[in-house]
Design a protein around this ligand. Structure first.
Ligand code: ATP
Length: 371
């Protein structure tokens, strides 16, 4: 096992800078996930750590060893890819044993090790089969087994579950987590799937356009995203982003005024008429009483902590219902997550209540969170 340190890693391909300014330190034994949209540079970072790419500049340490110029085979890392490429003519046992045979490990030791690894992955009844006689999930477990058998000090996984169907992916994800708890090998895992990132990681590194956006444990990043990209990337359905104009006491959202509570007003550093983006997660919006705003208006109470919307799409998911609504005159959707028993129909008008304790404000242009 080993800690991993990246210092200012940069990788250019001709004119394209794939990643730059990549600096982080993974403590020994932790499970870190690199996550971000396609092309953000996650695989380049992983391949650089593996030694399959050379950094254009920067330093890379595995354990206490500077490995910039150390070839892949001498780095003592195991990597599992999306297309796990097992040897088709070898049995499961031979596939798992392969790395050990290459290293001329004693035959008896190999047998013991193969059995231990196979047991930890529930593969012991499949040891004599060939890869084509296995399901996708079983093949992926063999690929993991082949990597684990070598007892690497570092485990690198590049989208290892993406070829599996949804159910199998969920199961294998849980197995992976359990396996890491058992073995404690430092692991770096690349995915574009935010659910995998949230569920597996000790720490998440969110990347966009070759740069780190935020590093933190899943809950902290979810609760306090550094910018609009991170906010809308982590969470399913994603955070709602609503363009607004700051009016001092209110935000103007497509012509509807949302009163700003005093505690938020005090923390806002916006100038009147400044355009910004408001962020609020679907679970922090509820359906209010449609008559309440009218009653308040009649009493000349201006504070309407909500928005009038029209229901566009209703998606019952059993335990909860996802509704997509629109502001009048606007084509974009606002996602709202409500209880499973709620009955709604497209075309219905609603008044939404926004829990402004969970409101974020992002600067237009930079996307930085300013509140
Ligand atoms: P995906 O999720 O689609 O695999 P990624 O986040 O892993 O994407 P990378 O594969 O690391 O992204 O690529 C990062 C950037 O570097 C992309 O713009 C990509 O086109 C570019 N890139 C990667 N490898 C090369 C290469 N060998 N030659 C030129 N450009 C490359």
């Amino acid at each position: 096992m080993a800690k991993v340190l990246l210092e200012n890693i940069k990788r250019r391909f001709n004119n394209v800078t794939a990643v730059e300014d990549i600096t982080f330190e993974i403590p020994d034994g932790e499970f870190w996930v690199l996550v971000g949209p396609s092309g953000c540079g996650k695989s380049t970072i992983l391949r650089t750590i593996a030694g399959l790419e050379m950094a254009t500049s920067g330093n890379l340490f595995i354990g206490d060893r500077l490995v910039n110029d150390i070839p892949a085979r001498a780095r003592d890392v195991a990597m599992v890819f999306q297309n796990y490429a097992l040897y088709p003519h070898k049995t499961v046992a031979q596939n798992i044993a392969f790395g050990l045979e290459m290293r001329k490990v004693d035959r008896k030791k190999i047998q013991e090790r193969v059995l231990t690894v196979a047991r930890s992955l529930s593969l012991e009844h499949l040891l004599d089969r060939k890869p084509k006689q296995l399901s996708g999930g079983q093949q992926q477990r063999v690929a993991l087994g082949r990597a684990i058998a070598r007892e690497p000090q570092l485990f690198l996984l590049d989208e290892p579950l993406s070829n599996l169907d949804a159910q199998l992916r969920d199961d294998t994800r849980a197995e992976l987590k359990q396996l890491h708890q058992q073995l404690g090998i430092t692991t770096i895992y690349v995915t574009h799937d935010q659910v995998e990132a949230m569920t597996l990681a000790d720490k998440i590194v969110v990347l966009n356009r070759g740069r780190i956006q935020q590093i933190g444990d899943p809950q902290s990043i979810y609760a306090l995203p550094a910018n609009e990209m991170v906010a809308s990337f982590l969470g399913n359905p994603p955070m709602n982003i609503l363009p607004a104009i700051y009016k001092g006491d209110n935000f103007d959202i497509s012509g509807q005024l949302l009163a700003i509570p005093e505690n938020i007003k005090a923390g806002l550093n916006l100038h009147p008429e400044q355009i910004c983006n408001l962020g609020i997660r679907p679970e922090h919006i509820s359906i209010g009483n449609i008559n309440e705003p009218q009653r308040r208006r009649e009493r000349r109470e201006e504070n309407l902590e909500g928005l009038f919307v029209e229901v566009k799409v209703v998606e019952p998911l059993g335990r909860e219902t996802l509704i997509r609504v629109s502001l009048p005159g606007s084509s974009g959707f606002i996602n709202v997550q409500v209880g499973g028993g709620v009955r709604l129909h497209p075309g219905e008008n609603l008044h939404l209540h926004l829990d402004l304790n969970h409101l974020f404000v992002f600067e237009t242009g930079t996307g930085e969170r300013i509140f």
